[in-house]
Design a protein around this ligand. Structure first.
Ligand code: SD4
Length: 339
Protein backbone atom coordinates (compact mmCIF):
# COMPACT_ATOMS: atom_id res chain seq x y z
CA UNK A 1 0.00 0.00 0.00
CA UNK A 2 1.40 3.45 -0.89
CA UNK A 3 2.26 5.64 2.04
CA UNK A 4 -0.42 8.15 0.92
CA UNK A 5 -3.10 5.40 0.86
CA UNK A 6 -1.87 4.17 4.25
CA UNK A 7 -2.20 7.71 5.57
CA UNK A 8 -5.76 8.11 4.18
CA UNK A 9 -6.75 4.72 5.67
CA UNK A 10 -5.25 5.66 9.04
CA UNK A 11 -6.93 9.08 8.98
CA UNK A 12 -10.29 7.48 8.16
CA UNK A 13 -9.89 4.97 11.01
CA UNK A 14 -8.96 7.83 13.29
CA UNK A 15 -12.16 9.69 12.50
CA UNK A 16 -14.25 6.54 13.09
CA UNK A 17 -12.57 6.09 16.44
CA UNK A 18 -13.05 9.74 17.36
CA UNK A 19 -16.71 9.83 16.36
CA UNK A 20 -17.37 6.76 18.52
CA UNK A 21 -16.11 8.78 21.46
CA UNK A 22 -17.72 12.12 20.78
CA UNK A 23 -20.84 11.68 22.90
CA UNK A 24 -19.39 11.27 26.42
CA UNK A 25 -17.67 14.56 26.94
CA UNK A 26 -16.04 15.94 30.00
CA UNK A 27 -19.35 16.99 31.54
CA UNK A 28 -21.43 14.10 32.73
CA UNK A 29 -25.09 14.81 32.03
CA UNK A 30 -27.19 13.48 34.89
CA UNK A 31 -30.61 12.60 33.55
CA UNK A 32 -32.28 10.37 36.09
CA UNK A 33 -35.20 8.44 34.68
CA UNK A 34 -38.05 6.95 36.66
CA UNK A 35 -37.79 3.26 37.54
CA UNK A 36 -38.65 1.32 34.41
CA UNK A 37 -37.85 -1.70 32.36
CA UNK A 38 -34.91 -0.51 30.33
CA UNK A 39 -35.95 -0.64 26.65
CA UNK A 40 -34.13 -3.36 24.75
CA UNK A 41 -32.19 -1.29 22.29
CA UNK A 42 -28.55 -1.80 21.31
CA UNK A 43 -26.52 1.33 21.97
CA UNK A 44 -23.48 2.48 20.10
CA UNK A 45 -20.18 1.09 21.38
CA UNK A 46 -18.17 1.73 23.44
CA UNK A 47 -20.53 1.20 26.37
CA UNK A 48 -19.61 1.66 30.04
CA UNK A 49 -22.04 0.75 32.83
CA UNK A 50 -21.36 1.24 36.54
CA UNK A 51 -23.48 0.76 39.63
CA UNK A 52 -24.84 3.71 41.62
CA UNK A 53 -24.44 7.50 41.35
CA UNK A 54 -20.69 7.43 41.86
CA UNK A 55 -20.61 5.46 38.59
CA UNK A 56 -20.98 8.76 36.69
CA UNK A 57 -17.53 10.05 37.65
CA UNK A 58 -16.04 6.58 37.22
CA UNK A 59 -17.60 6.22 33.75
CA UNK A 60 -16.24 9.57 32.71
CA UNK A 61 -12.69 8.64 33.72
CA UNK A 62 -12.99 5.21 32.07
CA UNK A 63 -14.37 6.83 28.91
CA UNK A 64 -11.44 9.21 28.73
CA UNK A 65 -9.04 6.31 29.19
CA UNK A 66 -10.62 4.40 26.29
CA UNK A 67 -10.63 7.54 24.17
CA UNK A 68 -6.86 7.85 24.30
CA UNK A 69 -6.45 4.24 23.26
CA UNK A 70 -6.24 2.34 26.55
CA UNK A 71 -7.45 -1.25 26.80
CA UNK A 72 -10.77 -2.18 28.42
CA UNK A 73 -9.15 -3.34 31.67
CA UNK A 74 -7.01 -0.20 31.88
CA UNK A 75 -10.20 1.83 31.52
CA UNK A 76 -11.87 -0.30 34.23
CA UNK A 77 -8.94 0.32 36.56
CA UNK A 78 -8.86 4.06 35.84
CA UNK A 79 -12.61 4.42 36.38
CA UNK A 80 -12.81 2.39 39.59
CA UNK A 81 -9.84 4.18 41.13
CA UNK A 82 -11.94 7.37 41.18
CA UNK A 83 -14.41 5.84 43.65
CA UNK A 84 -11.64 4.14 45.63
CA UNK A 85 -9.86 7.46 46.22
CA UNK A 86 -13.01 9.44 47.10
CA UNK A 87 -13.53 9.62 50.90
CA UNK A 88 -17.15 10.68 50.34
CA UNK A 89 -17.87 7.25 48.87
CA UNK A 90 -18.22 5.39 52.18
CA UNK A 91 -18.49 1.92 50.73
CA UNK A 92 -15.38 1.73 48.55
CA UNK A 93 -11.64 2.13 49.23
CA UNK A 94 -10.37 5.13 51.21
CA UNK A 95 -13.06 6.31 53.63
CA UNK A 96 -14.99 3.04 53.37
CA UNK A 97 -16.93 2.01 56.49
CA UNK A 98 -14.95 -0.46 58.58
CA UNK A 99 -15.78 -3.89 59.96
CA UNK A 100 -16.97 -4.33 63.55
CA UNK A 101 -13.36 -4.12 64.80
CA UNK A 102 -12.88 -0.75 63.15
CA UNK A 103 -10.70 -2.13 60.30
CA UNK A 104 -11.29 -1.11 56.68
CA UNK A 105 -10.95 -4.32 54.63
CA UNK A 106 -11.29 -4.23 50.87
CA UNK A 107 -12.39 -6.63 48.12
CA UNK A 108 -11.92 -6.17 44.36
CA UNK A 109 -11.68 -8.09 41.10
CA UNK A 110 -11.06 -7.47 37.42
CA UNK A 111 -11.65 -9.61 34.31
CA UNK A 112 -10.74 -9.18 30.65
CA UNK A 113 -11.99 -10.36 27.28
CA UNK A 114 -9.81 -13.49 27.41
CA UNK A 115 -11.40 -14.55 30.72
CA UNK A 116 -8.16 -13.72 32.50
CA UNK A 117 -8.94 -12.42 35.95
CA UNK A 118 -7.37 -11.15 39.14
CA UNK A 119 -8.82 -10.61 42.56
CA UNK A 120 -7.95 -9.53 46.08
CA UNK A 121 -9.99 -9.94 49.22
CA UNK A 122 -9.73 -8.91 52.87
CA UNK A 123 -6.98 -6.46 51.86
CA UNK A 124 -6.02 -3.79 54.39
CA UNK A 125 -4.16 -0.45 54.19
CA UNK A 126 -3.87 -0.33 50.40
CA UNK A 127 -5.88 2.42 48.74
CA UNK A 128 -6.37 0.87 45.29
CA UNK A 129 -7.37 -2.79 45.53
CA UNK A 130 -8.49 -2.76 41.88
CA UNK A 131 -4.89 -2.04 40.84
CA UNK A 132 -3.63 -4.88 43.05
CA UNK A 133 -6.25 -7.19 41.49
CA UNK A 134 -4.92 -6.23 38.06
CA UNK A 135 -1.39 -7.05 39.20
CA UNK A 136 -2.62 -10.46 40.37
CA UNK A 137 -4.00 -10.98 36.85
CA UNK A 138 -0.83 -9.83 35.13
CA UNK A 139 1.99 -10.87 37.45
CA UNK A 140 0.95 -14.12 39.10
CA UNK A 141 -0.16 -17.59 38.02
CA UNK A 142 -3.19 -17.19 40.35
CA UNK A 143 -6.60 -15.55 40.29
CA UNK A 144 -7.07 -14.58 43.92
CA UNK A 145 -4.91 -13.41 46.81
CA UNK A 146 -6.30 -12.67 50.24
CA UNK A 147 -5.49 -10.96 53.54
CA UNK A 148 -1.85 -10.63 54.52
CA UNK A 149 -0.69 -12.50 51.41
CA UNK A 150 -2.49 -9.96 49.22
CA UNK A 151 -1.00 -7.09 51.20
CA UNK A 152 2.54 -8.55 51.04
CA UNK A 153 2.12 -8.97 47.29
CA UNK A 154 0.90 -5.37 46.94
CA UNK A 155 3.87 -4.03 48.91
CA UNK A 156 6.27 -6.10 46.79
CA UNK A 157 4.64 -4.55 43.72
CA UNK A 158 5.38 -1.04 45.00
CA UNK A 159 2.03 -0.13 46.59
CA UNK A 160 2.27 1.91 49.82
CA UNK A 161 0.55 1.27 53.14
CA UNK A 162 -1.96 3.98 54.06
CA UNK A 163 -4.50 4.45 56.81
CA UNK A 164 -7.88 4.17 55.04
CA UNK A 165 -10.08 4.90 58.08
CA UNK A 166 -11.17 8.53 57.85
CA UNK A 167 -12.35 10.48 60.90
CA UNK A 168 -15.95 10.34 59.55
CA UNK A 169 -15.91 6.58 59.12
CA UNK A 170 -14.32 6.10 62.53
CA UNK A 171 -17.07 8.24 64.06
CA UNK A 172 -19.76 6.20 62.30
CA UNK A 173 -18.15 2.99 63.62
CA UNK A 174 -18.08 4.34 67.19
CA UNK A 175 -21.77 5.25 66.90
CA UNK A 176 -22.49 1.76 65.63
CA UNK A 177 -20.59 0.20 68.54
CA UNK A 178 -23.13 1.69 70.95
CA UNK A 179 -25.75 -0.83 69.79
CA UNK A 180 -23.54 -3.23 67.79
CA UNK A 181 -26.43 -4.47 65.69
CA UNK A 182 -25.42 -6.04 62.37
CA UNK A 183 -27.74 -4.60 59.77
CA UNK A 184 -25.87 -3.44 56.68
CA UNK A 185 -27.44 -0.34 55.20
CA UNK A 186 -27.42 -0.99 51.48
CA UNK A 187 -28.90 1.39 49.01
CA UNK A 188 -30.44 4.01 51.28
CA UNK A 189 -27.72 6.59 50.90
CA UNK A 190 -26.95 5.51 47.39
CA UNK A 191 -23.27 4.96 47.37
CA UNK A 192 -22.47 1.31 47.50
CA UNK A 193 -20.08 -1.09 45.79
CA UNK A 194 -19.01 0.00 42.37
CA UNK A 195 -19.15 -2.65 39.67
CA UNK A 196 -18.29 -1.66 36.10
CA UNK A 197 -18.75 -3.36 32.72
CA UNK A 198 -17.25 -2.15 29.44
CA UNK A 199 -17.73 -3.12 25.81
CA UNK A 200 -15.01 -1.37 23.86
CA UNK A 201 -15.32 -0.03 20.32
CA UNK A 202 -14.30 -3.46 18.94
CA UNK A 203 -17.03 -5.20 20.95
CA UNK A 204 -14.72 -6.76 23.55
CA UNK A 205 -15.77 -7.03 27.17
CA UNK A 206 -14.06 -6.28 30.46
CA UNK A 207 -15.28 -5.70 33.99
CA UNK A 208 -14.36 -4.95 37.57
CA UNK A 209 -15.75 -4.51 41.09
CA UNK A 210 -14.34 -2.78 44.16
CA UNK A 211 -15.79 -2.36 47.64
CA UNK A 212 -15.15 -2.03 51.34
CA UNK A 213 -17.98 -4.56 51.67
CA UNK A 214 -20.83 -4.61 54.10
CA UNK A 215 -20.28 -2.16 56.94
CA UNK A 216 -19.82 -3.73 60.40
CA UNK A 217 -19.15 -7.17 58.93
CA UNK A 218 -17.17 -9.71 60.98
CA UNK A 219 -13.41 -9.26 60.73
CA UNK A 220 -12.27 -11.53 57.89
CA UNK A 221 -15.62 -11.60 56.07
CA UNK A 222 -15.38 -11.60 52.28
CA UNK A 223 -18.34 -10.65 50.11
CA UNK A 224 -19.29 -11.37 46.51
CA UNK A 225 -17.34 -8.52 44.94
CA UNK A 226 -13.93 -10.25 44.63
CA UNK A 227 -15.47 -13.58 43.62
CA UNK A 228 -15.45 -14.21 39.89
CA UNK A 229 -18.88 -15.61 39.04
CA UNK A 230 -20.62 -13.94 42.01
CA UNK A 231 -19.93 -10.17 41.98
CA UNK A 232 -18.67 -10.19 38.38
CA UNK A 233 -18.64 -12.46 35.37
CA UNK A 234 -18.21 -12.08 31.67
CA UNK A 235 -17.78 -14.23 28.62
CA UNK A 236 -16.58 -12.37 25.58
CA UNK A 237 -18.84 -14.50 23.35
CA UNK A 238 -21.97 -13.57 25.29
CA UNK A 239 -21.85 -10.55 27.59
CA UNK A 240 -21.11 -9.49 31.12
CA UNK A 241 -22.91 -9.02 34.43
CA UNK A 242 -22.06 -7.52 37.80
CA UNK A 243 -23.71 -7.20 41.18
CA UNK A 244 -24.16 -4.91 44.12
CA UNK A 245 -25.97 -5.60 47.36
CA UNK A 246 -25.82 -8.22 50.06
CA UNK A 247 -22.86 -10.34 49.01
CA UNK A 248 -24.01 -13.48 50.82
CA UNK A 249 -27.19 -13.54 48.71
CA UNK A 250 -25.25 -13.04 45.48
CA UNK A 251 -22.73 -15.77 46.31
CA UNK A 252 -25.50 -18.25 47.14
CA UNK A 253 -26.83 -18.02 43.61
CA UNK A 254 -23.51 -17.54 41.72
CA UNK A 255 -25.40 -14.43 40.61
CA UNK A 256 -23.34 -12.80 37.84
CA UNK A 257 -22.31 -16.10 36.23
CA UNK A 258 -25.97 -17.14 36.09
CA UNK A 259 -27.01 -13.85 34.48
CA UNK A 260 -24.41 -14.43 31.74
CA UNK A 261 -25.54 -18.03 31.24
CA UNK A 262 -29.14 -16.89 30.84
CA UNK A 263 -28.04 -14.36 28.22
CA UNK A 264 -26.18 -17.18 26.46
CA UNK A 265 -29.52 -19.00 26.29
CA UNK A 266 -31.12 -16.00 24.63
CA UNK A 267 -32.54 -13.97 27.53
CA UNK A 268 -32.18 -10.20 27.29
CA UNK A 269 -30.00 -8.46 29.91
CA UNK A 270 -33.15 -7.27 31.74
CA UNK A 271 -34.79 -10.69 31.71
CA UNK A 272 -31.61 -12.43 32.85
CA UNK A 273 -31.11 -10.01 35.78
CA UNK A 274 -34.78 -10.34 36.76
CA UNK A 275 -34.72 -14.16 36.78
CA UNK A 276 -31.70 -14.22 39.11
CA UNK A 277 -33.16 -11.56 41.43
CA UNK A 278 -36.35 -13.64 41.64
CA UNK A 279 -34.28 -16.71 42.41
CA UNK A 280 -32.63 -14.78 45.26
CA UNK A 281 -36.06 -13.66 46.48
CA UNK A 282 -37.34 -17.24 46.49
CA UNK A 283 -34.26 -18.55 48.29
CA UNK A 284 -34.74 -16.02 51.12
CA UNK A 285 -38.14 -16.96 52.46
CA UNK A 286 -37.29 -14.88 55.52
CA UNK A 287 -36.81 -11.66 53.55
CA UNK A 288 -39.32 -9.93 55.79
CA UNK A 289 -36.85 -10.43 58.66
CA UNK A 290 -34.05 -9.14 56.48
CA UNK A 291 -35.07 -5.52 55.87
CA UNK A 292 -31.54 -4.91 54.61
CA UNK A 293 -31.72 -7.56 51.88
CA UNK A 294 -31.02 -5.76 48.63
CA UNK A 295 -29.38 -7.03 45.46
CA UNK A 296 -29.01 -5.29 42.11
CA UNK A 297 -27.53 -6.55 38.84
CA UNK A 298 -26.34 -4.79 35.72
CA UNK A 299 -25.77 -6.64 32.45
CA UNK A 300 -24.76 -5.99 28.87
CA UNK A 301 -24.69 -8.40 25.95
CA UNK A 302 -22.40 -8.61 22.97
CA UNK A 303 -24.90 -6.66 20.82
CA UNK A 304 -24.65 -3.64 23.11
CA UNK A 305 -28.07 -4.23 24.70
CA UNK A 306 -28.00 -3.50 28.40
CA UNK A 307 -30.26 -3.75 31.41
CA UNK A 308 -30.58 -4.24 35.13
CA UNK A 309 -32.96 -5.27 37.87
CA UNK A 310 -32.97 -5.12 41.65
CA UNK A 311 -34.77 -6.77 44.52
CA UNK A 312 -35.86 -3.49 46.10
CA UNK A 313 -36.34 -0.04 44.65
CA UNK A 314 -33.68 2.64 44.82
CA UNK A 315 -31.00 0.89 42.78
CA UNK A 316 -29.58 2.84 39.85
CA UNK A 317 -26.65 2.70 37.47
CA UNK A 318 -24.65 5.07 35.33
CA UNK A 319 -24.32 4.37 31.62
CA UNK A 320 -22.20 6.06 29.01
CA UNK A 321 -22.34 5.04 25.36
CA UNK A 322 -21.24 6.26 21.97
CA UNK A 323 -24.37 8.32 21.25
CA UNK A 324 -26.31 9.23 24.39
CA UNK A 325 -23.66 10.51 26.81
CA UNK A 326 -23.24 9.72 30.48
CA UNK A 327 -26.49 9.38 32.40
CA UNK A 328 -28.27 7.60 35.23
CA UNK A 329 -30.89 4.89 34.71
CA UNK A 330 -33.17 3.35 37.31
CA UNK A 331 -34.11 -0.19 36.39
CA UNK A 332 -37.25 -2.02 37.41
CA UNK A 333 -37.40 -3.88 40.75
CA UNK A 334 -39.39 -6.58 42.52
CA UNK A 335 -40.56 -4.86 45.69
CA UNK A 336 -40.36 -1.65 47.67
CA UNK A 337 -38.61 -1.21 51.01
CA UNK A 338 -41.99 -1.37 52.77
CA UNK A 339 -43.07 -4.73 51.24
C1 SD4 B 1 -20.63 -6.98 49.78
N1 SD4 B 1 -21.65 -6.68 47.65
O1 SD4 B 1 -19.54 -6.95 50.32
C2 SD4 B 1 -20.91 -6.01 48.68
C3 SD4 B 1 -21.59 -4.81 49.26
C4 SD4 B 1 -22.37 -4.02 48.28
O2 SD4 B 1 -23.89 -2.50 47.70
O3 SD4 B 1 -22.37 -4.24 47.11
N2 SD4 B 1 -23.14 -3.11 48.66
O4 SD4 B 1 -21.51 -7.75 50.15
Amino acid sequence: MSSRRKFIKKAALGSVALSAFSACGAQAAEAISANKTIPLKPVKKPVIISTWNHGLAANEAAWNALKIGNSGISAIETGLKISEADPKVRSVGYGGLPDREGKVTLDACIMDQNSDCGSVSFLQDIKHPISVARKVLEETPHVMLTGKGAQDFALAQGFKKENLLTAESEKAWKNWLEKSKYQPVINIENHDTISMLIIDADGNLSGGCTTSGAAWKMHGRVGDSPIIGAGLFLDNEVGGAAATGLGEAVIRTAGSAMVVELMRQGKSPNEACKIIVERIYNKHKNHKDMPYLQVGFIAVNKQGEYGGYSLRGGFNFAICDGENGNRMEKPDFKMTWKD
